[in-house]
Structure formats: structure tokens, C-alpha cells
Write a protein that binds this ligand. Structure first.
Ligand SMILES: C[S@@+](CC[C@H](N)C(=O)[O-])C[C@H]1O[C@@H](n2cnc3c(N)ncnc32)[C@H](O)[C@@H]1O
Length: 274
């Protein structure tokens, strides 16, 4: 496992993932009943953009730095901008919140959050991020298996899947996890983040998901045409059990981030059965 999210923190794909996550949390938490959250690939929880790993790629320059310097981003980014500003009380954009930090800040009494991370170094940072957040637990365990094992048979559950895609079987493991989670709790919501490289890989994944979640929402942010399997040409969020009201904000997030590219960008949210 070589992947470290610090290389990519705050890039265009994180804007889609994290602005989308906050929209999803807003909708699910509008319902006062407790929520179980299971984050299969949690990472460190938060990132220092002035650290060596982030500086080596400079990916935040086309992501959160652009977001924070423009007054023109649509309101769907307000919650992410507020979270970034809160993490940098002295001003500037040095610290970027990962999903665990964003979720930790939203937990209500009665909610339960399990964050899975395999690497020792990122797990130690994750534990620091989650310290003091009542109901949050970091575990060193395979996220796919933990998601199925910890999905409650009754009650509301949100599963987040954000693998490094270092392994070819990440796509099929997402589909297997969705099947396992829905078998235990048919009302579960599951959101998976994916890189967009070539159309064939993406279509093959969607064909695996369709029989399990025929009305899943697909939010796509394409920076350029999907014709080079060696390049990250965009990213997508695929949400099974997506609540009503998620499609419009996620489409807007994807369109705006796609516009940060070189002029060939395209963003939209659609349903598999639409
Ligand atoms: C893309 S990063 C996560 C970023 C995080 N979701 C966020 O948005 O802040 C993926 C993480 O998954 C971890 N990982 C890889 N395989 C895993 C597995 N099977 N179970 C749990 N964690 C895993 C990696 O070490 C890495 O830190």
C-alpha cells in the first residue's frame, strides 16, 4: 500500500467528493433519527498542504486554492469553504479537512461513525483527528469487510467508499460491498468515489451496480474526454439510495469543478434509471 492521500489533498477531485459529502450529510441529517456512518477508506482525516507530500504534487493549486480565492463559486460550496476557513483560523489555506474531519464536525448525539484505515501512519493521524468527537471510532481494519460487518440490520446507515484504486479489484469490491450492505439493510445509503479514466472501465462498473441499485445517482465531473486510461480525466460519485434533493446540488458541484479545467470540462448528475 503506497498510496498516501496527502499527495492529492485538496485537489479538484477532493472538491467534488467533500462538497458532495457535505450536501449528502445535510440531507440525511435533516432527519433527526440517529445515523450510523461507516467510512471504509478514511485516510489521515486532515492534511497540511504545506507539508512535503502535498507540496511535491501541488495539486491543491487547481482545487481548494482556486475555490478559496474566488468569490464566484456557487453556494453549494459554502459549507466546504466554511470548513476550510474554520481549520485555518489565522487565515490562508494551509490545512485541508478530509472526510473524517468533515464528518466528525457534524456528528450529533446518538450518531455513530466508524472510520477504517490500514496504514499505521495515517491511522495515528486519523486517531488525532477524531479525538474528542463523541461517537467516532478509528479502526485498523479492511474497510470493505468492516462496512458489511458493521451495517446495522435496522436503522439509518451511510457507507462511504473512497479507495486508492491501486488494485484492479477495487471496482468489484465496491459492488460486492454494496450487495453485502443492502442484503443486511435495504434502506442503506452508499456513496462511492471513483476516478474517471476511460469510458469502458466506468461503464463496466455501472453495469455491476445497476442490478443492485437501479436508481443510483451518478455525479460525473469530466475535465476532458474519457479516452486515456492512464490519466485521471475526471471523477465521479455514485450514490445508491441517494435522497431526493441530492441530484441538483451534485450536478452543480460537478459542473463548476469541471470548469476549472482546460475548457473541455463537463459535469452532470443523473440516475441509472433516468
Ligand atoms: C483516498 S484515501 C482516503 C481519503 C479520505 N476518504 C478523505 O476523503 O479524506 C484512501 C485511504 O484508504 C486506505 N486503504 C487502502 N486500502 C484499504 C482497505 N482495504 N481498508 C481500509 N483502508 C484502506 C489508504 O491507506 C488510504 O489512506
Amino acid at each position: 500500500m503506497n498510496y498516501r492521500h496527502a499527495f492529492h489533498a485538496g485537489n479538484f477531485a477532493d472538491l467534488v467528493k467533500h462538497a458532495g459529502l457535505l450536501q449528502l450529510l445535510d440531507l440525511l441529517m435533516a432527519d433527526p433519527r440517529p445515523l450510523t456512518l461507516i467510512d471504509t477508506h478514511a485516510g489521515a482525516g486532515g492534511y497540511d498542504l504545506e507539508g512535503e507530500l502535498s507540496r511535491r504534487t501541488g495539486e491543491a493549486a487547481q482545487g481548494v486554492f482556486r475555490l478559496m480565492e474566488t468569490p464566484l463559486a456557487p453556494a453549494v460550496f459554502d459549507a466546504l469553504k466554511a470548513a476550510v476557513a474554520a481549520g485555518n483560523p489565522g487565515g490562508g489555506v494551509r490545512f485541508y479537512p478530509g472526510s473524517p474531519s468533515l464528518i466528525g464536525g457534524r456528528l450529533r448525539p446518538g450518531d455513530r461513525y466508524t472510520a477504517c484505515e490500514l496504514r499505521d501512519d495515517d491511522l495515528a493521524l486519523l486517531r488525532q483527528t477524531l479525538a474528542g468527537h463523541e461517537g467516532a471510532e478509528a479502526v485498523q481494519a479492511d474497510g470493505y469487510a468492516t462496512a458489511v460487518a458493521r451495517t446495522p440490520e435496522a436503522g439509518r446507515v451511510l457507507v462511504l467508499i473512497d479507495p486508492p484504486f491501486e488494485r484492479a479489484d477495487d471496482y468489484s469490491r465496491i459492488a460486492e460491498t454494496l450487495a453485502g450492505v443492502l442484503a443486511k439493510n435495504p434502506s442503506a445509503v452508499l456513496a462511492a468515489w471513483l476516478p474517471l479514466k476511460d469510458l469502458e472501465t466506468f461503464d463496466h462498473f455501472l453495469r455491476q451496480i445497476e442490478p443492485l441499485a437501479p436508481d443510483a445517482m451518478v455525479a460525473e465531473c469530466r475535465l476532458r474526454p474519457l479516452d486515456n486510461p492512464m490519466k485521471m480525466n475526471g471523477c465521479a460519485l455514485v450514490v445508491a439510495g441517494a435522497p431526493v434533493g441530492l441530484d441538483a446540488p451534485l450536478g452543480e458541484i460537478c459542473r463548476w469543478v469541471a470548469g476549472l479545467g482546460e475548457g473541455q470540462g463537463r459535469g452532470e448528475a443523473w440516475r441509472l434509471d433516468g
